[in-house]
Structures are given as structure tokens and as C-alpha cells.
Write a protein that binds this ligand. Structure first.
Ligand code: ITT
Ligand code: NA
Length: 183
């Protein structure tokens, strides 16, 4: 079985290829991109994105809309995670968190899946952790160096370790469960 994953983010692609690969599903990357809805929740963004690319390509596709939600910042950057990562970066997020004692945050990943002629489906995974005081680790991508999980950042873990516990892993597990009982 093969599936097309539409994403411009090579970190996401690497992780999903590995996780789905272990379950016998081959993942092909398509970097065409798609317009993203502006919404507070990631589910409608992923659903709409999956629908658009599926209609365009005429094939079953997945997309992954994800983000980092920081409690002390009322869930920021959340749906703006890509913009904030690109334009401000981790040092400025740490700066915003400088005087905050509440470090709790979570990552969320929503897989949007769509088949031609069908309504899109979404599969959500989250993982709770804390915002570090400084960037640590060369692994992963994006916010991984500032996201502490069990005493180390996702950036300090290798892909293998991150893929066992990550928001993305949890979303993909739900997707695979659905595939197993529906396809
Ligand atoms: P797409 O082409 O798939 O849309 P993107 O990077 O624009 O790629 P999003 O719109 O979903 O993806 O934005 C999510 C942001 O959150 C982006 O800056 C990611 O780098 C970051 N992010 C998502 N998952 C992450 C993870 O597992 N670890 C660290 N940062 C992550
Ligand atoms: Na994006």
C-alpha cells in the first residue's frame, strides 16, 4: 500500500515515512503545497487541506497540520506555529517565556486523510511537555529543541525515540487503526 503525503516540511515527512513504513505503508512526498484555512483549531485546517489536494490530484492523500500550544501564552503559537517558527524562531519564543513559571505546553498533530469523492477524515495526536529555558539538541526539527519531555528535549532524542511518544506518532496510530478496520 502507498499513500501520498503533501507537505513541504521534510521533518514531518521523515517521521511519517518511518512510522507508516513500519506498518507496511509506503509514503511518497508531494511538495506542491495548498492554501491553509485560518482557524483556531487544527482539525478543520487539516480536513480542508486534505480535501483540496485530494481533489487536485485525484488520489488518496494525507496532510499533517501541527503546532505547539503553550499554556502560559493561552495556546500561542498554536495554529500560527509555522509563521512564528519562520519569522521569530525558538529564541524569541523563549524570550516570551522568560518570566513564566508555568512552562507546560503540548504539541498537536492532525492527520487529514481524503479519498476522491469522499469527505475528509482527521486523526489527532497530542503530547504534553514543558518549554525549556534554552534550546537543547540537534535532532528533530522546528520547536523540538525547546520542548522538554521527561527531562530531555525532543531535540536531544533521536528520531526513533521521538517517534515512540510524539503527537505525530499518536495521530498516525489512530490513522492506522482506521485503515486496518476500513481499507
Ligand atoms: P506543511 O507543508 O506540512 O504545511 P509546515 O511546516 O508549514 O509544513 P504546519 O503548517 O503544520 O507545517 O506548521 C507547523 C509548525 O510547527 C512548523 O513550524 C513545524 O516546524 C512545527 N512543528 C510541527 N511538528 C513539530 C514537531 O514534531 N516538532 C517540532 N516542531 C514541529
Ligand atoms: Na503549512
Amino acid at each position: 500500500r502507498k499513500i501520498i503525503f503533501v507537505t513541504g516540511n521534510s521533518g514531518k515527512f521523515r517521521e511519517i515515512k518511518e512510522i507508516l513504513g513500519q506498518r507496511g505503508i509506503e509514503v511518497l512526498q508531494n511538495t506542491d503545497g495548498y492554501p491553509e484555512l485560518q482557524e483556531d483549531d487544527l482539525e478543520p485546517i487539516a480536513a480542508d487541506g486534505a480535501r483540496r489536494v485530494c481533489e487536485k490530484l485525484g488520489l488518496p492523500v494525507i496532510v499533517d497540520d501541527s503546532g505547539l500550544f503553550i499554556d502560559a501564552l493561552n495556546g500561542f503559537p498554536g495554529p500560527y506555529s509555522a509563521f512564528v517558527e519562520d519569522h521569530l524562531g525558538n529564541p524569541k519564543v523563549l524570550k516570551l517565556m522568560e518570566d513564566e513559571e508555568n512552562r507546560s505546553a503540548y504539541f498537536k498533530s492532525v492527520i487529514g486523510y481524503c479519498e476522491p469523492g469522499k469527505e475528509p477524515l482527521t486523526f489527532t495526536g497530542t503530547v504534553e511537555g514543558n518549554i525549556a529555558y534554552e534550546e537543547k539538541g540537534e535532532g528533530g526539527f522546528g520547536y523540538d529543541p525547546i520542548f522538554l519531555y521527561g527531562g530531555r528535549t525532543f531535540g536531544e532524542m533521536g528520531d526513533e525515540e521521538k517517534n515512540k511518544v510524539s503527537h505525530r506518532r499518536r495521530a498516525v496510530d489512530k490513522f492506522v487503526e482506521w485503515i486496518d478496520s476500513n481499507l
